[in-house]
Design a binder for this molecule. Sequence first.
Ligand code: SF4
Ligand SMILES: [Zn+2]
Length: 137
Amino acid sequence: MNDEFSLHPAWTKAAACRQVDPERFFPEKAANNDQAMRVCEDCPVRFECLRDALEQKDNPEGVWGCTTKRRRTILRKQAEKSSVDEVMEMIRAQAAKPTQTHCKRNHPFDEYNTRVYRGSRICRACQRQRRYGEVAV
Ligand code: SF4
Ligand SMILES: [Zn+2]
């Protein structure tokens, strides 16, 4: 996992990236962020993680809370104009958008295929694919 977390609070104990090679979270090329983003998508503490990254004095390198450094640069500017609280509210609302009927890979967000965790909807089919390499249903 990300070594920087060892200095951080209790939520880091639940970090999904604890089990993952930290190199994935600091790829040399931004195009290789994908693997880290997938781990973050299912992480139970992704909002706490993002908030932490937004509140640090300097924008940290790598993927944090399902965001790239570039995305956080934008979010940090928004937070300067409003507040980190408001930005986090927007992020949570986007994650739980009721108008979004399908996941990014086009699986339905219906009652059988949806897991809700801390305001975020998680696609079970995608989760299974990531864990077991199952073919899409
Ligand atoms: S959101 Fe991503 S970077 Fe943050 S703790 Fe979870 S897996 Fe790690
Ligand atoms: Zn899906």
